[in-house]
Design a protein around this ligand. Structure first.
Ligand code: PLP
Length: 406
């Protein structure tokens, strides 16, 4: 079954507008995705008719919304195939999810001279929390290298692992290059040494099916806003065997069982990691976004986005002086590129005036830029609501940029 793109575009009200008098072409989906009307309506409905703080009230509104929040947890559980809903923790996003693991796992399991492995392809959100942990605990950060195509050299991982390795944290998809990493292989290698693995799914969850039990990852994290859901909501999946052993990260509110001035005991999972009033509106909105994706069909989304990637790669490659950075055979629908003798920022500004939204810069992945000896790229990231006609517009816009710079 193929996607009805016309209908899909109508589901996203923001796409139907002009920027500088030109129809909006939104190619910044790697930064954040747009929201279908049902997600926006759901949030509006809650604030208009259903709002009440959850878990705390005995009154009707509170009980109803508590139930809907917990139902949202089950929707996420089902979406990523987690064994138990207790393994699904709501956070504010990928960054908070990684910080939670880095702090809490780090407190319990990482000590002086221990080692943590990440990759050269990480977003700053999967670098800095581990660096801070290493500083705090006097541990060491080791890095899996990448080749010229933007593929991780997984064979090198064997050499980096030592009896001191406590955790490996890697992205499933590079936000800067689009490369898809064989995280299953990384997890297999790590588990042969009894090392847990965190997978940053911020750029993979929206492009294909994720099954955390099949991957056998120990932690999996993602953000709602990159998955057609609201901002300020994200997910931390963790195996119960780890979460049960880890101390709380933030404290206060719903995460306690009993508080006296002498001692506090903590609540069960998942509440132990959900301090304070959670973003229940966001969680319910995220569940709606997931239902929208499921009804559209994640396999169909994946197939169509691959078509867009192939089309765009061919088109962009035909532009003289344009170089794609990240040429792995396995990529999501995201293309990073540079233009000979033209600064990415200048190109981005000109393209913007033509109504086309792309991202320029280092994409919060400065080490990736350093590896390729560049300051930044232009990044066009496509979603299933984009079209080949829009890619043509980008192509012509880039030809104009080239012309302007002689
Ligand atoms: N990890 C990756 C791979 C990302 O692409 C991003 C955002 O671009 C993040 C982490 C951080 O996500 P957030 O800002 O939603 O916490």
């Amino acid at each position: 079954m193929s996607l009805n793109i016309h209908k899909i575009r109508n589901d996203f009200p923001i796409l139907n507008q002009e920027i500088y008098g030109k129809p909006l072409v939104y190619f910044d989906n790697g930064a954040t995705t747009q929201k279908p009307r049902i997600v926006i309506d759901e949030e509006l409905k809650i604030y208009l008719h259903e709002n009440s703080n959850i878990h705390r009230g005995v009154h009707y509104l509170s009980e109803q919304l508590t139930q809907r929040f917990e139902d949202a947890r089950k929707v996420v559980q089902n979406f990523i195939q987690a064994k138990s809903e207790h393994e699904i923790l709501f956070t504010s996003g990928t960054t908070q999810s990684i910080n939670t693991v880095a702090y809490s796992f780090g407190e319990r399991f990482v000590f002086e001279d221990d080692e943590i492995i990440i990759s050269s392809l990480e977003h700053h959100s999967n670098i800095v929390p581990w660096q801070l942990l290493c500083e705090r605990k006097k541990a060491k950060l080791k890095i899996i290298p990448v080749n010229d195509e933007g593929e991780l050299l997984i064979d090198e991982l064997q050499k980096l692992i030592s009896p001191k390795t406590k955790i490996i944290s890697v992205t499933q998809v590079s936000n800067a290059l689009g490369s898809v990493i064989d995280v299953k292989k990384i997890i297999e290698i790590a588990h042969n040494h009894n090392i847990p693995v965190l997978i940053d799914g911020a750029q993979s969850i929206q492009h294909g099916r994720v099954d955390v039990q099949d991957l056998d990852c120990d932690f999996f994290v993602f953000s709602g806003h990159k998955l057609y859901g609201p901002t300020g909501i994200g997910v931390l999946y963790g195996k119960e065997k780890w979460l049960n052993k880890m101390p709380p990260f933030l404290s206060g509110g719903e995460m306690i069982k009993k508080v006296t001035f002498d001692k506090t005991t903590f609540n069960e999972l998942p509440f132990k990691f959900e301090a304070g009033t959670p973003n229940y509106v966001g969680a319910i909105g995220l569940a709606k976004a997931i239902e929208y994706i499921q009804s559209t069909g994640i396999e169909e989304i994946s197939a169509y986005e691959k078509e867009l990637l192939t089309y765009a790669t061919e088109k962009l490659n035909s532009i003289k002086g344009l170089k794609i950075i990240g040429t792995s055979g396995k990529k999501v629908s995201l293309i990073s590129f540079i233009l000979e003798n033209i600064h990415h920022y200048d190109a981005g500004m000109i393209i913007d005036k033509m109504g086309i939204a792309v991202r320029t810069g280092h994409h919060c992945a400065e080490p990736v830029m350093q590896r390729f000896g560049i300051e930044g790229t232009i990044r066009a990231s496509f979603s299933f609501y984009n079209t080949k006609e829009e890619i043509d517009k980008l192509y012509y816009a880039l030809l104009t940029v080239k012309q302007m710079f002689g």
